[in-house]
Design a protein around this ligand. Structure first.
Ligand code: FPP
Length: 244
């Protein structure tokens, strides 16, 4: 619970419109406690729910999390199954509460490799999301930044070949072929878990994002950690290549 002082500080600060987070450190969090890695993912999923609620409450418009990459299929079968089960649970919960809370949710990634059950949940969350405006949570699932750009390029090429797109492709025009079409670029990218790399996440969209890295493991990442990241964001001078 933030104290009044923190709340006061936040009032004077800019809240990033779009925050992106690489969920990292679940496995190490569990190992430190002598628990199986999957227990870390379960707590990590709860952390996602808490942070998403907090983001909505402080006026963030978009939260995008990297939950499962195109490379994560290489993990042991049992771990992949546990993550997919958690995602199913949270998507179902979202379906049950989105209408009440007017929350939008979108899954970004290659859906064709997901189970039919998960795909059906994604269709449902898309359908509900279309009815509302306001806070939107994006979950990147079977997502890879290079894969996204490659798929977009292929779709553009196909549209061009069939006369549906012309040759003078712009950055804005190309963005419409990405999974993130219609979503503004992230202002702040957060990576908990101690690694200092982007790991194929939102490569196109993070061109001008501010990066924030912390050693805190994702299951321990609470609202106070998000406040710290936002405070650092506010101390940065965003020039977009220009001068001030
Ligand atoms: C990274 O920690 C975490 C993942 C690859 C999985 C994240 C997925 C969930 C928390 C499941 C549910 C998600 C949502 C959004 C409901 P790691 O396993 O790489 O940790 P380590 O680096 O400590 O091993």
């Amino acid at each position: 619970m933030p104290n009044n002082n923190q709340a006061g500080k936040r009032e004077n600060a800019r809240v990033p419109r779009h925050i992106a987070i690489i969920l990292d450190g679940n496995g190490r969090w569990a190992r430190k406690r002598g628990l199986p890695r999957t227990a870390g993912h379960a707590v990590g999923a709860e952390t996602f729910r808490k942070i998403a609620t907090y983001c909505r409450d402080i006026g963030v418009e978009y939260l995008t999390v990297y939950a499962f990459s195109t490379e994560n299929w290489k993990r042991p079968e049992g771990e992949v199954a546990a993550i997919m089960k958690l995602l199913g649970k949270y998507l179902q919960e979202a379906i049950d509460t989105m209408e009440r809370d007017h929350i939008r949710m979108k899954v970004l990634g290659g859906l064709e490799e997901l189970s039919p059950e998960l795909r059906a949940m994604v269709r449902k969350t898309d359908e509900i999301s279309q009815r509302y405006e306001g806070f939107q949570a994006n979950i990147c699932l079977n997502y890879g930044g290079r894969d996204e750009i490659l798929r977009a390029a292929r779709r553009y090429a196909a549209d061009y070949a069939e006369g549906r797109a012309d040759a003078d492709l712009t950055e804005e025009g190309f963005s419409e072929y990405l999974y993130s079409a219609g979503i503004p670029d992230p202002d702040l990218l957060i990576r908990p878990g101690g690694e200092v790399r982007i790991s194929n996440f939102l490569l196109w969209q993070c061109a001008y994002a501010e990066f924030y890295f912390t050693d805190v493991l994702w299951p321990d990442f609470g609202p106070e950690e998000l406040d710290k990241a936002i405070a650092v964001f506010n101390s940065r001078d965003r020039r977009y290549g220009g001068v001030k």
